[in-house]
Design a protein around this ligand. Structure first.
Ligand code: FAD
Ligand code: SIN
Length: 539
């Protein structure tokens, strides 16, 4: 493994006398569904600080479209949902975790409803959508395709009403603080106070995913994998980072932002066709458009190559236009911005990085391998998703593990006596100039490289080339000291990209979302296991 990623513990210099100190019982890094749900699970007599790097509404959660998978239909059952999840996960799901989450789903849903969540209904019953890999309709959604926004509204309204919870917006977590092998809070930065040390009895990492490591991605700008990189530097174990989910249908219009076109469209009967109008999915899988995501994504990539065309098309022209407009109002608006009518035009789509199955390794209660650090949501790897996440299982996992991590952190914070003590931690890296580096240029080059060499189809030579290039960039980017988030984000992106490649090189087989052209089949004998990365210990 390269030394620069191994050797750097903190990204910036700090000393206890130079920066303000702040104390809280529980610190939560991230205010998406996982972070806010965790905050609400902490004992109301304890102080909680939630920090978000943008405003409180900006997160992957806020963009979620399809919905939340949960067993509520009497004709459905927990066993079906478990079986579908494990089937998609290609033998790497932890069945105990899958069962715990799926059984907890209805209770979490009830709580969200009690907090005022307005999900779509069919008469008095919740309306249930269908998505790829699910054997039954079980996706609860809101305002058609605006589920994420409604979830944020719901949990945020509770958080804002809780006197023990403070939200620090536009505050960037640079690094986790560790002493004696335990997490003791975080070093954060904001415009108003500069660097600040937040000392916490227990810390919960809920900082979401890292789609922005790739050129084509459904994720918003904030998804730069800071939490993964921070946890790595702090010495926590990371697991399964090679499993990156590429969503099959991202609107592809040159020059436009890459908007997700929800899978629920295929659940309602939308077709995928190629440039010649051929409905090709059945050439690849008997489940057609509703095969699990990894299969649909690879089929699209193959069909694009076969037809020598940069995209395929979603075709809804056979569906009732009024139904399409009511069920997918957000998609109609997005398409209209590009003069496309979702009900009458074929919509150009192709895959993009969407979700990280891997993450900071946690146990069934949300504990990481680093004492006093918990993790929940997309930054974590609980074993729920295995090698390929089933559609709409992410919000379910985020809400459940958010609750468990919050409860666990709250329980463990109570008896500790030493919380209002600042520790004599410092970091004295030499300050190097930060000018003359075009951060955007490096970032774009990194994203293009990752898309080309570490994307849907991988092989040894491309992975090795990407690793070498990233190690070269890291030599001068990781060793610099930046003063604003753009620099730290680039350092984090490079770290995450490098870690994904470590996993992808080590897994010399194809499984779930990880496809190696040079090892095109699953190899249960050698790889029915997780790949764990830890600073100083290799893969
Ligand atoms: P997020 O919601 O991403 O929240 C992360 C938080 O961490 C943010 O508040 C951010 O500001 C903060 N943060 C990050 N880094 C730092 C830092 N350095 N310092 C301070 N704060 C930081 N899943 C489903 O199950 N169903 C769906 O329908 C669905 N649709 C999706 C559609 C889109 C377009 C996308 C992108 C994802 C979708 N997903 C869906 C996936 C799902 O939305 C996410 O996996 C989930 O919301 C993650 O929640 P989270 O709380 O872990 O993280
Ligand atoms: C979608 O709506 O297609 C996204 C659902 C998910 O990521 O689970």
């Amino acid at each position: 493994m390269s030394t620069v990623f191994e050797s750097i513990r903190y990204l910036v210099p700090f000393g206890p006398k130079e920066v303000p100190h702040f104390f809280t019982d529980v610190l939560i890094i991230g205010g998406g569904l996982a972070g806010f749900r965790a905050a609400l699970a902490v004992d109301p007599n304890m102080s909680v600080v939630v920090i978000t790097k943008a405003d409180r509404w900006e997160s992957n959660t806020a963009y979620a479209q399809g919905g939340l998978a949960v067993v509520v239909d009497p004709e459905d059952c927990v066993q079906n949902h478990i079986a579908d999840t494990c089937e998609a996960g290609s033998k790497l799901c932890d069945e105990k975790v899958v069962e715990k989450v799926i059984r907890a789903g209805p209770e979490e849903l009830k709580r969200l409803l009690a907090w005022g969540a307005q999900f779509d209904r069919d008469g008095s019953k919740l309306a249930l959508g269908l998505e790829g890999g699910h054997s039954r309709p079980r996706i609860v959604h809101a305002r058609g395709d605006a589920t994420g926004r409604e979830l944020v509204r719901t949990v945020l309204s509770q958080v804002e009403a809780a006197p023990n919870i403070a939200i620090w917006e536009h505050t960037f977590a640079i690094d986790l603080l560790t002493a004696d092998g335990e997490c003791r809070g975080a070093l954060v930065w904001n415009e108003e106070h500069g660097k600040t040390l937040i000392w916490a009895k227990q810390t919960i990492l809920a900082s979401g995913g890292a789609g922005q490591v790739y050129r084509e991605s459904t994720n918003p700008e904030i998804a730069t994998g800071d939490g993964l990189a921070m946890a790595w530097r702090a010495g926590a174990e990371l697991q399964d980072l090679e499993f990156v989910q590429f969503h099959p249908t991202v609107l592809y219009i040159a020059g436009s932002a890459r908007h997700l076109i929800t899978e629920a469209i295929r659940g309602e009967g939308g077709y995928l066709v190629d440039r010649d109008g051929h409905r090709f999915m059945f050439d690849y899988d008997p489940r057609g458009e509703l095969a699990p995501r990894d299969i649909v994504t690879r089929a699209i990539v193959a069909q694009m190559a076969k037809t020598r065309h940069p995209n395929v098309y979603l075709d809804l022209r056979h569906l009732d236009p009024d139904f399409v407009r009511t069920r997918f109002p957000g998609m109609v608006t997005i398409c209209a911005e590009f003069n496309l009518d979702l009900t009458r035009d074929q919509i150009p789509v192709r895959p993009g990085a969407h979700y990280f199955m891997g993450g900071v390794r946690i146990d069934i209660e949300g504990r990481t391998s680093l004492p006093r650090l918990w993790a929940a949501g997309e930054v974590a790897c609980s074993g729920m998703h295995g090698a390929n996440r089933l559609a709409s299982n992410s919000l379910l996992e985020a809400v459940c593990f958010g609750a468990w991590a919050g409860e666990g952190a709250s329980r463990c914070a109570q008896p500790l006596e030493d919380h209002y003590k600042a520790l004599p931690l410092s970091n004295s890296r030499t300050v190097t100039p930060e000018d003359k580096l075009d951060l955007l240029d490096i970032s774009n080059s990194l994203k293009a490289l990752m898309w080309r060499n570490v994307g849907v189809i991988r092989e040894e030579a491309g992975l090795a080339e990407a690793k070498k290039q990233i190690e070269y960039w890291a030599q001068y980017v990781l060793t610099r000291q930046f003063r604003t988030p753009a620099g730290w984000e680039l350092q984090n992106r490079l770290t995450v990209a490098w870690l994904v490649i470590q996993g992808a090189l080590a897994r010399r087989e194809s499984r779930g979302a990880h496809f190696r052209r040079d090892f095109p089949f699953a190899d249960d004998e050698h790889f029915l296991r997780h790949i764990i990365l830890k600073r100083g210990e290799g893969a």
